[in-house]
Structure formats: C-alpha cells, structure tokens
Design a protein. Sequence first.
Length: 202
Amino acid sequence: MIARLVLGTILCLTAAWAASVPAAPQAPLAPFAIGETIPKDITLTGIDGKTHALGDYRGKVVFIHFWSIVCPYEKLAEPKCIELEKSRGPKGVVQIAINANQGELKSDGGEPYAHLRDHVAQAGVNFLVTVDPGNKITDMFGGQSTPHCFVIDRDGVLRYAGGLDDDPRGTKGPSATFYVRDAIDAVLAGTPVATPTTKPYG
C-alpha cells in the first residue's frame, strides 16, 4: 500500500513538473516555394473592407506584390504596375497589392485606410489593394520588401518570386529586364518561366 502511495505521489509530481515546463516554440513555417500550390482559402481584406479569397481567382493568373505608399522604390514601381494592369489585366491577369507596412496601416481615428484610399485615387491605381495588419499573409509568402513580387498560375501554383524588374532606380529604361511581365507572359503562354526567382529589392 505504501509503495503504491509513493508511486502515485511521484507520478503526480512528474505530471505537475511537465505541465509547468513551457512548450518549446514552434519553428515558423517555410514560405511558399516555387512549384507549390497556394491554398485556396487564403483571404485578403481590401482597403474597402471587402474580403477576397485566392481561390476565387483559380483559372486566372495572379500577380501579387507587397506595396507601400512611402517606400521610395515603390514610387518608381507603382507606375510600372499600373501599366502592367492595363496591358495584362484584359488577358486574364489579376493584380493584387498587399500593404503590410504596420506604420501605414495605423488609423488616426478616422475611417480605416482612408489615406491609402486617397493615394489610390490620386495616383490612379487600377489594381486591387489589400492589407495585412498582422503580417500573416506576408509570412506565408516570405514577403521581404516593397515591391516583392509573386506570380501564380491558373492552377494556383507559384511560378515566380522576386523583384519586379532589374531596374530599381529607374535608370535603364526600355533595356531593363521586366521579370514579372516576362513571368506573366510565360504563364499565359503555358511555357516555363525562364527566371523563376530573383532577388527582391526595396
């Protein structure tokens, strides 16, 4: 009987000690890799408050880029993205900008994202603009900078990740290599993307 009581006490103390030990932190999930299918249930919230699931765009080519209204690189990249929307949007390409800059997402007490909507209107932004307040989507894609760009094919497979082009300072003009445009055109044509990854800038 005494042996049983002692054993029971030891087991209780062991269980209590195990419960008091903090669990080891889980390693963050690796960002999506080239060739990986992006889950359909990922949802984004637009600056108008509407939600958009990536699964809604299956059958279309999706161009995602992380976007900012204050980044100096974006001041050069944004007009290129506007022109890209004009030329590739009619071909079945959906362009989605994601603002994950927490400083830009703070409200001054007025309507949420009013300053972002003002910028969109003034700059003539013609693509969908969404927000990622908790950086959840940013972490999934491994977004590092603005503009960090991703091209997803009609089946939801990631085909390109990297910079918009090789001209972050806007000095090359027509001689610049427009990585995103080339990736989009390859996906539209059903051919492999020649350069599936590049180093993002921003």
